[in-house]
Design a protein around this ligand. Structure first.
Ligand SMILES: C[S@@+](CC[C@H](N)C(=O)[O-])C[C@H]1O[C@@H](n2cnc3c(N)ncnc32)[C@H](O)[C@@H]1O
Length: 368
C-alpha cells in the first residue's frame, strides 16, 4: 500500500522559499496522491499540511517549541547538504519563534552535534539563551558492527543532541540579570542592604544581583522581599521599583511568568540512553518499510514536553515529520500546533496520530 487516499485530489501546497539545497536521500515510500485535508484538528492538536512559516502567525503563542528540522545531511527534501547551510535554513523560523515566544518559552532543538553548533549563533542572535545540551545515545546497536573505522577515519557516531534553550526575558531592553541590579541601584540603596532585604547574610548580592554565571533567578518570595524593601526604603522619587508595567511593583504571578517552566523526574540526567526507534514503534508502510528516516522516540518527546509545560499549555512542532512531538503532547493533555510540507509524511503522520489517539479512521479509504 503506497497510497493512503487513492481517490483524493491533491491539496494545495503553500508556497515556500526555495530550499537552500536540495533533494533528500531517497525516501522509502512516496505516495502519488496528495492528502484530502489541509489540516487535521483533533485531540488538542492542529496538524497542518504545508510550510510552518506560513502558519506561525495563526498559532497560539507557545510555551514550548520542539524543533527537529534540517540536519545538513539531506535527510528529507529541503534539508541542506551540509551544516554550512544550516544557519540560513533556520533563520526565518528562529526569527518567527522569537516573535511568538513569551518570557517563559522553552525551545528544544534536536540536531547532530555539528548541525547544532552551526545553528547556535542564530539562536543566540534572536534571544534564545542556551541552558543545557542533552545527548541521545542510541547505543552501539545503532551501528551493528557495520562501520569500517579505517574508512571513515573517526569514531562511529551513535548520538544526537536535544538542546534546551529559554527565551531571554527582557525588561526595557535589559536582561533580567541586568534589570535586577539596575533597579536596585536606581533605588539608591547600597548593595549590602539587598542582603538585609532578603534576610540573608550575603546570598542576595552573591546570587540575585550577580552579573556573571553565578546569577540565579530570584524565587517569588525573594523577589517580593527585594521589591518591598526597595519600594519602602529606596529614594521616594524613583518609585515604583521593580515594576514591569511602570505603575505597580511586580507581582508574584508576573514574576513567575518571567521564567520557563521546568521539572525533572528523579534520576534523569543529560545523557539519554535510548535505542533508535524500531519495532512496533516505527511507522511503516503496509509492506513493512520504515516511512521516515528521522522518526524520534515518543518517550523522549514526552520527556521534554512534560519537563517544560503544564496540562493545557501550547506546544509547537514546526517540522512535524510523523508528528511525534504532537502525539506526545496530545497524550499529555497539552495542545499542539504542527506542520509538515511533505505530502507522504503528512498523510502517514496524520494516520499515525489518529490511530494512536484511537480516533475513527479519517483516512478510511486506505487501500492495501
Ligand atoms: C527531522 S524531520 C522530523 C521528524 C519528526 N520529529 C518525527 O519524529 O517524525 C523534519 C521534517 O520537517 C519537514 N519540514 C522541513 N521544512 C519544513 C517546513 N518549513 N514546514 C513544515 N515542515 C517542514 C520535513 O519534510 C521533515 O519531514
Amino acid at each position: 500500500m503506497d497510497d493512503l487516499n487513492s481517490d483524493a485530489q491533491p491539496a494545495k501546497r503553500s508556497l515556500r522559499a526555495a530550499p537552500t539545497s536540495t533533494v533528500g536521500r531517497g525516501k522509502a515510500i512516496v505516495l502519488e496522491k496528495g492528502p484530502t485535508v489541509d489540516v487535521h484538528k483533533a485531540d488538542g492538536a492542529a496538524l497542518h499540511f504545508g510550510d510552518s512559516l506560513s502558519f506561525y502567525s495563526s498559532w497560539e503563542r507557545p510555551t514550548t517549541i520542539v524543533s527537529d528540522g534540517a540536519y545538513g545531511v539531506l535527510g528529507f527534501e529541503g534539508d541542506t547538504s551540509d551544516h554550512l547551510d544550516v544557519p540560513a535554513w533556520y533563520e526565518p523560523h528562529v526569527k518567527a519563534w522569537s516573535e511568538a515566544a513569551r518570557p517563559n518559552t522553552t525551545l528544544w532543538f534536536w540536531n547532530s552535534e555539528i548541525g547544532w553548533a552551526a545553528a547556535h549563533p542564530i539562536l543566540e542572535k534572536y534571544g534564545w539563551r542556551y541552558v543545557n545540551c542533552n545527548i541521545w545515545n542510541k547505543g552501539v546497536g545503532h551501528i551493528a558492527g557495520n562501520v569500517n573505522t579505517q574508512k571513515i577515519r573517526r569514531f562511529p557516531v551513535v548520538t544526537e543532541v536535544c538542546v534546551q534553550y529559554v527565551f531571554e526575558a527582557r525588561v526595557g531592553g535589559l536582561s533580567l540579570k541586568q534589570w535586577l541590579l539596575s533597579e536596585w541601584k536606581r533605588s539608591g540603596l547600597t548593595l549590602r542592604r539587598a542582603n538585609e532585604a532578603c534576610g540573608v547574610k550575603d546570598a542576595a548580592v552573591r546570587k540575585y544581583l550577580d552579573q556573571g554565571h553565578l546569577w540565579y533567578f530570584p524565587p517569588v518570595e525573594a523577589m517580593q522581599r527585594l521589591s518591598d524593601y526597595a519600594n519602602e526604603h529606596g529614594r521616594p522619587e524613583g518609585r515604583p521599583y521593580f515594576s514591569l508595567n511602570g505603575k505597580t511593583p511586580v507581582t508574584g504571578g508576573e514574576w513567575e511568568g518571567m521564567r520557563s517552566k521546568f521539572s525533572c523526574p528523579h534520576g534523569v540526567t543529560n545523557v539519554w540512553e535510548r535505542n533508535a526507534v524500531r519495532g512496533e514503534e516505527r511507522v511503516k508502510s503496509d509492506d513493512g518499510r520504515a516511512v521516515h528516516l528521522n522518526q524520534k522516540p515518543l518517550d523522549l518527546m514526552s520527556r521534554i514536553i512534560e519537563a517544560s509545560t503544564d496540562v493545557g499549555d501550547v506546544i509547537w512542532e514546526p517540522f512535524g515529520g510523523l508528528f511525534t512531538g504532537s502525539l506526545a503532547a496530545s497524550r499529555l493533555k497539552r495542545r499542539a500546533f504542527s506542520a509538515e510540507t511533505d505530502s507522504t509524511y503528512f498523510q502517514y503522520g496524520v494516520r499515525r496520530f489518529i490511530e494512536a489517539t484511537r480516533q475513527m479512521p479519517l483516512l478510511s479509504s486506505v487501500s492495501g
